[in-house]
Design a protein around this ligand. Structure first.
Ligand SMILES: Cc1cc2nc3c(=O)[nH]c(=O)nc-3n(C[C@H](O)[C@H](O)[C@H](O)COP(=O)(O)O)c2cc1C
Length: 164
């Protein structure tokens, strides 16, 4: 798939088939994440890949907007050390993972991390050091149904040539 096709195809997937995703594919997603740009090239990210059902269930119970984690096949939890641009860097890594997953035919959904009340609980669950920030949790799996990309604001409505 061409990069632009993946951009046009990506959509949040919250229902998954009961079908495993191989370790090799999950590793490829992390490979995509770690290739993101980062301010001053500090690469502050760490990725926790979860495939065990009890842990996915715990995350689903912890995160009200991520209940569907209970039936996701995997979850990639993105943490960054507390650098000046941790949120931008971690978000770039997250988006890389979403696009790579689309390219591989996998469904994903970005679940909020930063500033959420469950940040500490999630970090504790994985034994993550205190100085690290939770950026996002990415549910991963094979989509249970076809999900079309939603309608986005049009180029003509968002593009301002030279002046706002
Ligand atoms: C920073 C951020 C946080 C998000 N948090 C959640 C979340 O907690 N739960 C969820 O179901 N979707 C979450 N989403 C996904 C958005 O709801 C989704 O991207 C938006 O509705 C647009 O739909 P699309 O991804 O299909 O284009 C989040 C997306 C972003 C960028």
């Amino acid at each position: 798939m061409e990069t632009f096709d993946a951009l046009c195809k990506r959509a949040s997937v919250r229902e998954y088939l009961d079908k495993p995703v191989s370790k090799a594919l999950l590793e490829q997603l992390v490979d995509a994440g770690r290739r993101a740009p980062s301010a001053r090239a500090v690469e502050p990210w760490e990725f926790v890949v979860v495939t065990e059902r009890p842990t996915l269930d715990k995350l689903g119970a912890m995160i009200s907007t991520g209940l569907f984690l209970k039936q996701a096949t995997a979850c990639i939890v993105v943490f960054c050390s507390d650098t000046k641009y941790y949120l931008e860097d971690g978000s770039a890594a997250t988006e890389n993972i979403l696009l790579a997953a689309t390219d591989l035919g996998l469904g994903t959904c970005w679940i909020a991390g930063d500033k959420k009340e469950y940040c500490e609980d999630v970090a504790r669950l994985f034994g993550v050091p205190e100085h690290m920030k939770l950026i996002s949790l990415i549910s991963v799996g094979w989509a249970a149904k076809d999900v079309k990309q939603r309608k986005h604001r049009l180029v003509k409505d968002v593009l301002h040539w030279e002046k706002f």
